[in-house]
Design a protein around this ligand. Structure first.
Ligand SMILES: [Zn+2]
Length: 132
């Protein structure tokens, strides 16, 4: 399954980002301590720490968004309804209790019986560019 693999990668990246975040926070604290005790500010260290913290938070937010959309898409199941008499066909969201060959009313075209023809999971490949 591709989903489990994607999740494992996300967890790995989140761990790396969290480590980065902690390290930059420590570096920033050291820079502040140097400033307090010695009176001179370590400009490079401060800039690097602050930008790493900003980057980490940004990446975490991006990751969260992507994980959420992946979960949403994975759960999207559709039901195809087809008329037994004519070629009327309709696709709707899957509802609990739907099964193949279940009667779901009458055809709006010819008044024939509508049956659930198939149930499938929709796979969308519309990865939006997040800028990473
Ligand atoms: Zn029909």
């Amino acid at each position: 399954m591709g989903e489990g693999k994607a999740r494992r990668i996300s967890i790995f990246f989140i761990t790396v980002i969290l480590v980065m975040l902690v390290m930059s926070l420590v570096a920033l604290m050291l820079a502040v301590e140097t400033y307090v005790t010695q009176g001179n500010i370590d400009v490079m260290n401060t800039i690097l720490s602050v930008s790493t913290i900003a980057l980490s938070i940004y990446l975490l937010f991006q990751m969260r968004k992507r994980t959420l959309s992946l979960d949403f898409e994975a759960l999207k199941v559709l039901t195809v309804i087809q008329c037994t008499k004519c070629n009327y066909r309709n696709v709707k969201d899957f509802e609990k209790g739907d099964y193949i060959l279940k009667e779901v009313g009458s055809c709006p075209k010819c008044d024939g019986t509508l049956l659930i023809y198939s149930i499938f999971r929709e796979v969308k490949e519309k990865e939006k560019s997040t800028g990473i």
